[in-house]
Unconditional design. Structure first.
Length: 279
């Protein structure tokens, strides 16, 4: 029952995104603190590989993660994002497989429905620094599988800083809590950081490459999840191809590695890919 409700919710949001396409690209600042000339709206920031995206996007994406070692896991997800003015709505449907000590489980993870919006922007007089602050909220619909029996609520804030014409920093902090009969009451504090450096390329059909370093961490602060932090690092790149009539293809590739003992309990090493088509 939870699975069917989750799928219905995801389909409803996707339909809502595409039915209301008119006006999606129009800049509207409801609070008077945003700047249309900001690099935040110019595809300057790379797409994170594990962190939730924070930029205004109109896109569909497929994500694949594999974590190897004595204990291993895989996750495949489909994502759709749509922006109305500066509000971006996002839906993600993940499928996971986890194997730990010869015991395994698989099934749909929580179906994620989220919204984000920039709140404040500042550009220095010289144009060197371009800073954005925004807010994000997410609801994860439990699918009644072994891996996702509970619902999840997430609230967070993000920051994006462009330095000059090439260097970028993205920072996301979030607080999540589970509601349900399985692990209800578990709460986590999550924090993610992405550094990018843009390289223009002379290669045919490849517009630019953005090498990235990403750090993702989570600390259990309440309930069953309470415990030490898990730190994960990603070394990868964002490959942005020339825009075509059907959209702009973007490919993300990254090598994932645990940064502390707690992360090594989940996997020894990993790889992640993102296939994105932006409109």
């Amino acid at each position: 029952m939870k699975l069917s409700r989750g799928i219905v919710c995801a389909v409803f949001v996707c339909c809502l995104m595409f039915v209301s396409v008119a006006g999606a690209a129009e800049f509207k600042d409801p609070i008077g603190t945003l700047l249309p000339q900001s690099k935040f709206y110019q595809d300057f920031f790379p797409q994170p590989l594990l962190m939730d995206s924070i930029t205004p996007d109109d896109q569909v994406a497929g994500n694949i993660f594999y974590g190897g070692g004595s204990d291993w896991q895989t996750e495949v997800s489909a994502e759709i994002a749509w922006s109305y003015h500066l509000l971006t709505l996002d839906a993600v449907v993940p499928y996971k497989h986890v194997s730990v000590h010869d015991d395994s489980a698989d099934g749909f993870g929580p179906i994620s429905l989220s919204a984000r919006h920039p709140v404040y922007q500042h550009i220095s007089d010289s144009g060197l620094l371009d800073y954005t602050v925004g807010a994000r909220a997410e609801f994860g619909v439990g699918t009644d599988t072994e891996l996702a029996k509970d619902n999840e609520f997430v609230i967070g804030a993000y920051q994006a800083l462009a330095i000059g014409e090439r260097f970028s920093i993205q920072f996301l902090t979030q607080y999540s809590f589970l509601v349900g009969a399985d692990h209800g009451g578990a709460t986590n504090f999550e924090y993610d950081l992405v550094f990018g450096y843009e390289l223009h390329t002379p290669f045919w059909r490849l517009e630019k490459i953005v090498p990235m370093i990403e750090i993702d961490a989570a600390t259990g602060v309440g309930g069953e999840g309470q415990g030490p932090a898990t730190w994960i690092g990603v070394l990868g790149a964002d490959f942005r191809f020339n825009r075509k009539s059907f959209g702009q293809p973007v490919l993300g590739l990254g090598f994932v590695y645990p940064l502390n003992d707690n992360a090594e309990h989940e996997f020894d090493w990993g790889v992640t890919t993102r296939f994105i088509l932006q409109f």
